[in-house]
Design a protein. Structure first.
Length: 180
């Protein structure tokens, strides 16, 4: 029983890098959401009497970043120049979706519409914020290339449970391994 549990916890090198990429994007989006909310509401937004609200903003930002990266994961992890271009478009999509999701969770009706606009104005006002966001997402893209390579080479966890003959064509299996 413990052996089966430990096998379920085992992560390949590519899966570890994807988990680390998700953790970095989640942490960055939570931090950015707090930074933007303190910019909107002033320094009193982080007061002790509003601690539950602050935790909700952090949680909403984290969920928004994680779900947005999950939704745009098809744009990330491809190799080459075209993969980098797709990652750049994916980073814009992740930023838009993360702000949309976090804004909806923080302030349900108006946050849905105004959160992407507020994010854009904050990035224009503080360019280092946009640079940090894109640096984290491009780093996540490069970390996600490990699982793409792993799957292409057949080193994934699902491939380790298949017999070696499964990679052969049906004709080769019939010719080499006569099964009756």
């Amino acid at each position: 029983m413990l052996d089966r549990f430990l096998k379920a916890l085992y992560l390949t090198r590519g899966e570890k890098s994807v988990a680390l990429a998700y953790a970095a994007v989640i942490a960055m989006s939570a931090g950015i959401s707090v930074l933007i909310m303190t910019g909107i509401e002033g320094p009193a937004a982080l007061g002790a009497e509003r601690s539950l609200y602050v935790f909700w903003v952090i949680f909403s930002g984290a969920i928004g970043g994680g779900v947005a990266l999950l939704a745009a994961r098809g744009w990330m992890g491809n190799a080459g120049v075209l993969g980098f271009a797709r990652a750049f478009v994916g980073a814009i999509a992740v930023a838009f979706l993360a702000s949309l999701i976090a804004g909806t969770m923080i302030f349900p009706l108006y946050g849905t519409f105004y959160a992407p606009v507020i994010l854009l104005t904050e990035v224009i006002a503080k360019p280092w914020l946009g640079i940090a966001w894109f640096a984290i997402l491009i780093g996540a893209h490069y970390m996600m290339t490990a699982i793409t390579e792993e799957r292409a080479l057949g080193y994934s966890r699902a491939a380790s449970h298949r017999p070696a003959t499964s990679r052969l064509s049906t004709l080769s299996r019939a010719q080499l391994y006569h099964r009756k």
